[in-house]
Design a protein around this ligand. Structure first.
Ligand code: ZN
Length: 173
């Protein structure tokens, strides 16, 4: 039986952390957004080059823990080539999952599935969501034709619905 921490740091998560996808600055981009997760010290800079309403190229420059960097890497992999509407839908669904909703069966979230275990660790949910809330901010700013404001995950838990958190075993902390 996998322990809770093993289920959190699955091999695919560690692989994204060690070899983050999209981890290079773009020479040419339309939007640059940055986000911080003060509770863990994670930081992300997101650069996007659009082709019409599609994400042509995505740069995700992460500094932080394995959960935030792997989530950003998965995001780069998932949204490149997708439309703004598709990427927004993935971001919204992933947010809902992290706040306790069931995993969507109608949407392919790629490697993000490996981050499912994070929702059992409320403090890590902000790590996993940092790149995605930064993305949503970048999308909104792009739609409004302005530069994105820096994002912080501070207060993110305030929108979260109460989570059904059960830590089994419970003796390792
Ligand atoms: Zn973190």
């Amino acid at each position: 039986m996998m322990g809770e921490l093993e289920s959190l740091y699955r091999e695919v998560v560690l692989d994204h952390h060690r070899h983050p996808r999209g981890n290079r600055p773009l020479s040419d981009y339309d939007v640059e957004a940055s986000g911080k997760n003060p509770s863990c010290g994670d930081e992300v800079t997101l650069q996007v080059k659009f082709d019409g309403d599609r994400f042509a190229r995505v740069g995700v420059l992460s500094q932080g823990c394995a959960i935030s960097t792997s989530s950003g890497s998965m995001m780069a992999e998932i949204i490149e080539g997708r439309t703004i509407a598709e990427a927004s839908a993935v971001a919204d669904r992933f947010k809902a999952v992290m706040h306790g909703e069931d995993w969507p069966e109608d949407l392919d979230l790629g490697d993000l599935e490996a981050l499912q275990g994070v929702k059992k660790f409320p403090v890590r949910v902000k790590c996993a969501l940092l790149p995605w809330v930064t993305l949503l901010d970048a999308i909104l700013a792009h739609a409004e034709g302005r530069a994105p404001d820096p994002v912080s995950t501070e207060g993110l838990a305030d929108d979260a619905r109460p989570m059904d958190v059960t830590i089994r075993g419970g003796s390792d902390r």
